[in-house]
Design a protein around this ligand. Structure first.
Ligand code: PXP
Length: 237
């Protein structure tokens, strides 16, 4: 059975729109856990635009697997080590991006990433690197010593949604996943995934984990609306 991590960043986005406590992130985290997800993913961004330090603290106290995404710097690593999530995934971060636009530049940041991964591995935290799918990136990931990589699926997801020919991108992901598997690196996939893109990628047996966020929150709003409206109609009738 493949693992399924649910990214709840955008629950915090909705909550933060009012600066109060609703929807409650811990309540949602329990609902995600009780619905059969394997883990919860959160991205503690440097600008704290969604998940806050207090969310990280509370979520890491839950009896569940928390996958913390952070930028590759020592300030963030210190926060990770202090809160002890079971998993950490290093991601690139740009202040003005709407979402994580691409994978890590492993070549340019090799030394700092290797230092961070060694530190986290020593603390028995499972490590992952968010990378664009390429053989070169898998070779560098192996040299860095991470246990997992998460392949950025933003490009293929966009191509599928725009009904473009995605064969070349898919082949790249297949080749990369196989190479990673042979090199004893666990292959995860994430970004931009919906039902259709996940179905297509799920044919790749080497992928062992998905991390999905925005689409799940969007669908949850869609399917939750009738129930909530019904409840209000009962109250005001
Ligand atoms: N995986 C990683 C490493 C991410 O940074 C994100 C969010 O940007 C996701 C998965 C989830 O992406 P999405 O919200 O598009 O499903």
């Amino acid at each position: 059975m493949k693992k399924f991590g649910v990214n709840i960043d955008h629950v915090a986005t909705v909550r933060n729109a009012r600066g109060e406590g609703h929807p409650d992130i811990i309540e949602i985290a329990h609902a995600v856990k009780n619905s059969g997800a394997s883990s919860i993913t959160i991205h503690l961004r440097e600008d704290r635009r969604h998940i806050k330090d207090s969310d990280l603290k509370k979520l890491c106290k839950m009896n569940f697997l928390i996958n913390l995404e952070i930028a590759a710097n020592m300030k963030m690593v210190k926060l990770a080590i202090k809160n002890k999530p079971k998993f950490v995934c290093l991601v690139p971060e740009k202040r003005n991006e709407i979402t994580t636009e691409g994978g890590l530049d492993l070549n340019k940041n090799f030394n700092i990433i290797k230092k961070i991964i060694t530190k986290l591995n020593n603390k028995k935290i499972r490590t992952s690197l968010f990378i664009d799918p390429s053989i070169k990136n898998i070779i560098l990931s192996k040299k860095i010593g991470t246990q997992c990589v998460e392949l950025h699926t933003g490009k293929i997801s966009r191509m599928i949604k725009q009904k473009k020919n995605f064969k070349k991108e898919l082949n790249k992901i297949i080749k990369c996943s196989k190479f990673g598997f042979k090199n004893n690196i666990k292959i995860h996939a994430g970004h931009g995934l919906d039902y259709q893109t996940t179905k297509i990628l799920n044919k790749i047996s080497y992928i062992t984990e998905y991390n999905i966020g925005h689409f799940i929150i969007g669908e949850s709003i869609k399917f939750g609306i009738p129930k909530v409206i019904k409840k209000f109609k009962e109250i005001i009738k």
